[in-house]
Design a protein around this ligand. Structure first.
Ligand SMILES: N[C@@H](CCC(=O)N[C@@H](CS)C(=O)NCC(=O)O)C(=O)O
Length: 205
């Protein structure tokens, strides 16, 4: 059984979608980030960085418990454990990992900046919000190009699609405002129609 520590953010949804799609058994522990659950001593034993998502697999490699943070690492671990979402073909596999990194660094970072500007930045600036919205959409334009003539980022569905979808879903209004990303929009509809994706997106709402 996998214990899954999460909250209703795109990083949390990323791991939830992967857990649902992998078909592995898990139980959810919801953290209230506003209340500071992530900084409580019990949780810092799970992830000393004080962030979600994290998992504890009591049947990790060699039958030993494994504790893991970082949504991208969790996706790769679940893909290897379930034998799903990491293409066997080496070229597709390399591309899947490239787009996984893109989703978890460039795109998640850009979306995180928008969150910080809205919730935490000491000074509010509409111009800065607009600037970082456009930067995020510019990054997503690369995925839109990759999806021209393809159903999935690495041709077959992979960790890359599972990683990117929650941010695209969360930032739909920003994409619509600055967008014109038709391939990404169609891909997002395809992803949303998957029962595992839909269920994963509801896990910590
Ligand atoms: N790169 C990390 C980011 C994790 C992260 O930033 N989690 C946020 C929520 S989306 C968090 O737990 N923040 C708690 C805090 O900053 O106190 C990942 O992909 O898992």
């Amino acid at each position: 059984m996998i214990d899954f520590y999460t909250a209703g953010t795109a990083n949390g949804h990323r791991a939830a979608v992967a857990l649902e799609e992998s078909g592995l058994a898990y139980r959810v522990h919801k953290l209230n980030l506003q209340a500071g659950d992530q900084r409580k001593p019990d949780y810092l034993q799970v992830n000393p960085a004080g962030a979600i998502p994290a998992i504890v697999d009591d049947e990790g490699p060699g039958g030993k418990p494994l504790t893991l943070a970082q949504s991208g690492a969790i996706l790769l671990y679940l893909a290897e454990k379930s034998g799903r979402f990491l293409p066997r073909d080496p070229a597709r596999r390399a591309l899947a990992i490239q787009w996984l990194m893109f989703a978890c660094s460039d795109v998640a970072g850009g979306s995180g900046t928008l969150f910080q500007l809205a919730m935490a930045a000491p000074e509010k600036s509409a111009a800065n919000v607009e600037f970082f919205e456009k930067r995020l959409v510019h990054a997503l334009r690369a995925a839109d190009g990759q999806l021209a003539g393809r159903d999935y980022l690495a041709d077959e569905i992979s960790v890359a699609d599972l990683a990117l979808y929650p941010v695209v879903a969360t930032r739909k209004p920003v994409i619509e405002k600055h967008g014109g990303l038709p391939n990404l929009t169609k891909w997002a509809e395809r992803m949303a129609a998957r029962p595992g994706v839909a269920k994963g997106m509801q896990v910590s709402v």
